[in-house]
Structures are given as structure tokens and as C-alpha cells.
Design a protein around this ligand. Structure first.
Ligand code: GCU
Length: 627
């Protein structure tokens, strides 16, 4: 991302009151706009574009005349970044035939909230982080100041996000430390919020539901206890005195060992509403996660539990409570059917939660472009069903931010889709490649197809045909289909999910003979998924326990098809590795080329491991030959 700073800055004509945000827009254009000697930023409140903007650019001879119009300063900044994106990806260019000679377009974000969720801990580690340590160097912030290195890194972070339109950031892990809300840390958060603000980014925090008790201020964390509610009110007042535009709290409660209202026989609604009342007068939000299992409905199929828990609460939440749910009903698998909760709660605002960090997709070792997976989600769950979209960030303190050079494309793609989910995965990959590498069109096209194939390849070499959660325990990298630990919850054990036996493989979630999870889907999906003959094959083993010799649409048996999928996944990675190794070297600097080359070798080894381990294991049940 980014272009070299220009030696002949252009003149930015500003028709807007001065503001830190407009100032950033001016600086960015002065430093990076090279298609004309003048560019205008025009603020006009009557335009009613919200965070949006209008760009007018015309080629006149050897330069462009360009202007950004917006009704708010943030619109001007977003528009400025869009101009730079058009320049850096070749949509506007002085040479070459495919550039536009004139552009007049209006852009408005589709999701009002476009949010990153950092799973960063106060000790600098990151839950499921694969790109180094946390970028929030808490120890470098004290007495109201921070080191210049830290300030500049956070500014770069803010600029990168603003260039994509990301407008909200939760700084810390959903498995939150009670210390986050101590004055010591809030003073530090304030300084970060001050840096993010002019970039249009609202700061949020994850909280531990038992904070007042954990800090020794109350005897209980019961949401209906007066002292507890009072504590939260006071805390909210303190937070807002430091950060007047603070966004609110993200809460993981009664899930995977986190405390919550259930510890006091209170409902999620009672817990969320108590917090909502505390932040209400400041315009704050409570974002309550529906990722809850193993509590009230623990004997139910895990994928059904969040809907069972939250459906009865629809209509019971305060208006400033938002329910945030993962895209699929389980846990960020390489492929999941969509989570039906988005269709069922009619009175509760919802956010979708995606995962940019590739916890279950090869982490920062595999080249897997996630836009197609997110587009798949949006094709089932219409964006209008969600007030916002959040994603677990893949950002760390690695020099390249995201570990794998291609993982940056996923941060990029999330931001672009949060702005406009109608953009195609190809368009986004194209933009990203052109801004990231200087490659001829042919090489861009080749790498675009590598990116476009990469997610399906990952599904194929890890868990094709609807298999899920057969990862190694704890770290979730690599296969462990025989995984079972008697002292672990059954829902963490791979054998619970694939259910392989001498007859077949897959999780029966049908109504007649299985867990009935298919019935949580609206029609036509419920019937389609419930019937083995109509269930899309990519979800087959998610919803059905299928005989090894079952005839697939291809005419092959399930066993053959499974072998072929695993082989196809490995073959695709082998091809990607070949392309990079033999064709891309001339177009990429030595360091990045080497880095990606090494990673692709590693990915190929790991893909083979997935195939070999899984097929060897399943063969002990199918007793059929591996072809
Ligand atoms: C996954 C992940 C955990 C995380 C959890 C969550 O289970 O492995 O590390 O805390 O999701 O989303 O809360």
C-alpha cells in the first residue's frame, strides 16, 4: 500500500473549514497525487452524502482536473483516498488505454458500521494472531504521551483503515482482561482514540463482564445488583469523560469460560440491557456476541445453540444493543453454511462477524484470499439484514503488518466489501495487486486467478464436501481427524464433527434422524439442506451422514469424490507454487518473492499433510482404496 512521496507536490484547493480530517486529506493528496497539479476538496453540507462523497475527474491534456465533494470532512478523506486508489490501480492514468478519461461518481458506504475487532491482549500477545505482537504497545504509553515510533505506527494503521472506509476499531480481545477498564489503561486508550479520531475511526473496547468484581469493587457481577449497575454507570461516565465519542463495549459472555449474566441465572438480555443503560446517554452501543455454546443448551448440537439461546430474546434488548454473530453457525471454518440467526431476529439490530486472521485457513502461512468466502456469505445473508460488519483483524507488529504478504489482501478486501459488498472478489484482487506490485497486466491476471482459486483449494485440501473442525487441538493448524480428549468438551473434538464409521462420514443434522439443525434455516434452504438428494454437495457432510459408496452428482462414489477433492486441493497449491516460482520472479522484489516462495512451499507441504493424514484416517473406516 502507498506510493512514493512526490518531489513536486500538487496544490490542494480546499473549500472547507479547517479540520484535522481535511488536513489529512490535503496531506495525502499533496504527497501522493501525481495526475494533476491541482485537486479540490469541497465541503457542502447540502449534499447529504453522510460518509460518502462525489468524485469528478476529467483528463485535460496531460493531466487530470479532479475534485472531491462531500458533506462531512470524513467524506473528503474517503474521497481523497479513492482518488489515490484510482491512480494507483490504473483506473485513472495519463498513459495506457484502459484508463478513464472522465469519472463522475458518488460513493456511499453500504454498512453504517465497518469495524475491526482486534483480539489483542494487554501483555502484547494476540489471540489467533500470526503477524507478530500487538501494535498497541501499552508499555510505550505513559503519563499522557507515547513514543514517536508508536504514534507513527498507529497513524499508519489509521490511514490504511481510512483508505478503505473502516470506521470502527475494538482494540482488545473478546476474552477481555478486567484491567482494560482501569484508569491506567483508559488513559492509554484515550491517546489511541485521539489518533484514530481524525481518520474517522471510533474506538471501542471489549469488556470482561465480571470487571467490577474482578477489580474488587463489588461483591458480585450480577447485572441486577444495584451496586454493579452503579459501577458500570460510573465507569461509563469516566470512559466518556476521556473519550467523548467512544463507541461502546463488545461483550463475550458465558462463552468458552468467560463470565456473564448466566452465572447469576440472568439472561443475556438482562446482562446486555444493564450495560446498555450505562452507556445510553452518551450514545454508546453494546455489541453482544451470539457466539455462545456449552451453556444453557449444552446438550444440543453446537451449531444450533446460539439461535436457541437468542431467538427467545428478540425484542427484549434495549435499542442500543446489537447482536454480533459469526458468518457461520460454528466457528470460522473454511466453508460453513450461513448462520441462520441473521434471518430470525427481526427486532434486534445485528452485525456480522467475519475473521480476517486465518485461524482455520492456514494462518499466516497459506495464501488464501478470503473475499470469495465473504461474498458467499453475502449471497445468503443480504447486507440489509445487518447494521454493521465486523472482522477479526490479522494485524500485528510485523513489518508487513499481516505476516504473509498476501494476507494483507484480506484486510484490504474486508474494508472494500464493508464499504460495498457488491464489489466482486476479482475487482478487489485486481485493485490490490496493482497497488501492491508493479506487474504487467498478464502477470496481474495470473496472480488474480491464483488468488481467486485459493480459498476453494484450501477447502479442498483441508475439509472438502462439508467436513469441518478436524483441526489439531488448540492451535488449529494442520489436521487431527482422530482428535479426541476425554477431558475436553466434546465440541472441541474432531471426531464429534466428522462421525466417520464403517457406514460413512458426516454429521447428520436432518430433522428425521439427526440434530435437526436444518430446521433452523428458512425455506427454501431448510428443505434443500435436509434432503440428501438436494443438499448442495459443498455442504453434504455438514448436514448428512453419507455412506462411503453414495453416488455423487459426478457419478463417483463419495469416497472417490473425497479422494479427488483432496488431490485437487493439493494440485492447485502445487500449481500456484509453480506459477510464483517460475513466472513471478521478474516482477517482484527479491525479498517479497523469496518470502512468498518459501511460504508456498510450506503451504504445499501442509496441503499434502492434510490430504494424507485425512485420507489415511478415513480409509480405516471406508476400507476402500485411495486412488
Ligand atoms: C474461536 C477461537 C477462540 C476465540 C473464539 C471467539 O473459538 O479459537 O480463540 O476466543 O473463537 O470467537 O470468541
Amino acid at each position: 500500500m502507498g506510493t512514493p512521496v512526490l518531489s513536486n507536490p500538487c496544490t490542494v484547493v480546499i473549500k472547507a473549514p479547517t479540520s484535522p480530517t481535511v488536513d489529512i486529506a490535503r496531506q495525502e493528496l499533496e504527497s501522493h497525487w501525481s495526475l494533476g497539479s491541482r485537486v479540490s476538496l469541497v465541503l457542502n453540507k447540502k449534499l447529504r452524502l453522510g460518509e460518502g462523497y462525489r468524485i469528478i475527474a476529467k483528463r485535460k491534456g496531460t493531466s487530470y482536473e479532479a475534485a472531491v465533494h462531500a458533506s462531512r470532512p470524513i467524506g473528503l478523506l474517503y474521497g481523497a483516498y479513492d482518488l489515490l486508489r484510482m491512480q494507483n490501480s490504473g483506473t485513472l492514468a495519463l498513459h495506457g488505454s484502459h484508463a478513464n478519461t472522465a469519472v463522475d461518481k458518488v460513493e456511499r458506504p453500504v454498512f453504517p458500521t465497518r469495524m475491526l475487532n482486534h483480539w489483542d491482549n494487554l501483555d502484547g500477545s494476540i489471540e489467533r494472531g500470526y503477524a507478530g505482537k500487538s501494535i498497541w504497545k501499552w508499555e510505550q504509553i505513559s503519563n499522557g504521551t507515547m513514543t514517536e515510533t508508536l504514534r507513527s505506527r498507529i497513524q499508519q494503521y489509521a490511514a490504511a483503515n481510512a483508505s478503505l472506509g473502516i470506521n470502527a476499531s475494538v482494540l482488545n480481545n473478546v476474552n477481555a482482561s478486567p484491567k482494560m477498564l482501569t484508569r491506567e489503561y483508559l488513559d492509554k486508550v484515550k491517546l489511541i482514540a485521539d489518533i484514530l479520531r481524525p481518520y474517522g475511526i471510533t474506538t471501542y473496547l471489549s469488556i470482561n463482564f465480571a470487571t467490577p468484581m474482578a477489580l474488587g469493587d463489588t461483591k458480585t457481577a450480577d447485572p441486577l445488583d444495584k451496586d454493579v449497575a452503579k459501577w458500570w454507570k460510573k465507569k461509563a461516565k469516566e470512559v466518556y469523560s476521556l473519550i467523548p465519542d467512544f463507541g461502546g463495549f463488545l461483550v463475550k459472555a458465558n462463552s468458552e469460560g468467560q463470565p456473564g449474566p448466566g452465572d447469576y441465572q440472568r439472561t443475556h438480555a438482562e446482562g446486555a440491557n444493564m450495560l446498555a443503560d450505562a452507556v445510553k446517554s452518551y450514545g454508546g452501543k453494546i455489541i453482544w456476541r451470539s457466539f455462545v455454546y456449552g451453556a444453557n443448551h449444552k446438550n444440543e448440537d453446537r451449531v444450533k445453540q446460539s439461535l436457541s439461546e437468542f431467538k427467545p430474546m428478540d425484542g427484549k434488548f434495549r435499542p442500543n444493543v446489537i447482536l454480533q454473530s459469526k458468518n457461520g453457525p460454528l466457528d470460522f471454518q473454511p466453508r460453513e453454511p450461513f448462520a441462520p440467526i441473521f434471518m430470525h431476529l427481526k427486532k434486534t439490530p445485528q452485525y456480522g462477524e467475519l475473521q480476517i486472521t486465518q485461524e482455520y485457513l492456514g494462518q499466516s502461512k497459506h495464501l488464501v484470499y478470503l473475499a470469495p468466502m465473504w461474498k458467499e456469505f453475502f449471497s445468503f445473508v443480504h447486507p440489509s439484514l445487518m447494521q454493521g460488519i465486523a472482522a477479526v483483524a490479522n494485524i500485528g507488529d510485523d513489518a508487513n503488518w499481516c505476516g504473509h504478504p498476501f494476507s494483507q489482501a484480506n484486510w484490504y478486501a474486508f474494508g472494500r466489501l464493508a464499504w460495498n459488498p457488491e464489489l466482486s472478489s476479482e475487482e478487489i484482487a485486481d485493485e490490490w495487486l496493482r497497488q501492491t506490485f508493479s506487474m504487467p497486466d498478464e502477470a496481474i491476471a495470473t496472480m488474480k486467478s491464483v488468488m481467486m482459486e485459493s480459498r476453494e483449494a484450501c477447502v479442498n485440501y483441508m475439509m472438502p464436501l462439508g467436513l469441518h473442525h478436524i483441526f489439531k487441538f488448540d492451535h488449529h493448524y494442520g489436521p487431527e481427524p482422530d482428535g479426541f480428549k476425554a477431558d475436553y468438551p466434546l465440541e472441541w473434538c474432531p471426531v464429534y464433527y466428522h462421525r466417520a464409521d464403517s457406514i460413512g462420514v458426516g454429521f447428520d443434522r436432518t430433522v428425521a434422524t439427526g440434530s435437526g439443525a436444518t430446521a433452523q434455516y428458512p425455506e427454501p434452504y431448510a428443505s434443500e439442506y435436509d434432503n440428501i438428494a438436494t443438499c448442495p454437495e459443498e455442504y453434504l457432510l455438514w448436514f448428512h451422514h453419507v455412506p462411503w459408496t453414495y453416488r455423487m452428482k459426478s457419478g463417483k462414489t463419495l469416497w472417490q469424490e473425497l479422494c479427488d477433492k483432496y488431490n485437487a486441493g493439493v494440485a492447485t497449491v502445487r500449481n500456484h507454487r509453480y506459477i510464483w516460482h517460475y513466472k513471478m520472479k521478474p516482477y517482484v522484489d527479491a525479498e517479497r518473492w523469496q518470502h512468498v516462495d518459501t511460504l508456498l512451499n510450506h503451504q504445499l507441504d501442509n496441503a499434502r499433510e492434510w490430504r494424507n493424514v485425512c485420507l489415511d484416517y478415513f480409509q480405516t473406516f471406508s476400507k476402500l482404496p485411495v486412488e
